[in-house]
Design a protein around this ligand. Sequence first.
Ligand code: SF4
Ligand code: FES
Length: 231
Amino acid sequence: MQVRLKIRRYDPDRDARAYWQEFDVEVDPMDRILDALNSVKWYQDGSLTYRRSCAHGVCGSDAMVVNGRNRLACKELIRDVGKRLQIEPLRGFNVIKDLVVDMEPFFAKYRAIKPYLINDDPPPEHGERPQSPEERAVYDDTTKCILCGACTGACPPFWTNNQFVGPASIVNAHRFIFDSRDQGTEERLPLLNSREGVWRCRTVFNCVDACPRDIDITKAIGDIKKLILMQ
Ligand code: SF4
Ligand code: FES
């Protein structure tokens, strides 16, 4: 089948402003959006720029806006999005080129919530810090994040204030705060309870809709709000 891709293009070395460009591509209905983009790049315009790596929904490189919704290009089948695809970079991020956005501020916020286990106790003699299945289940959902940025790029409070720590960082804070082995909650809560923290969330649910891993992001944010109120 033939599909038409309308792609938002921008090359800072050449273009004064972004513009739309259309490409017709022959694809199989079971191909992914990424296959269609690859077809444009490999056979029509090698200058088309986008991130991708694993092509299997694992690395989180290829989040973009397709027909108005944030999606991973390697996860969505052409048959599920139709014959006309309008493809844009994630909103709320600075565009570097075409579909590639600057993720560095996103990762700076991720680093700021200390996304690692903090525990200063000496490890037990047998070398492991045991945890029951019930304790593990408390934060199971938030371990699934692949840091694609689709949630943050779909978040209206983030569009209006890019200092907001954003849903992805909150999800990753949740993953460690609710880990029974972690002792770093006191170090993480000041940022999460600040003007740029969890209270900026207006429970719009765009993030939940955008997440390719089906993480219940709004619940994770709610869990942290409750924890702060109980302190
Ligand atoms: Fe991507 Fe979901 Fe993680 Fe947000 S929470 S960065 S949408 S995987
Ligand atoms: Fe890795 Fe899509 S290319 S998630």
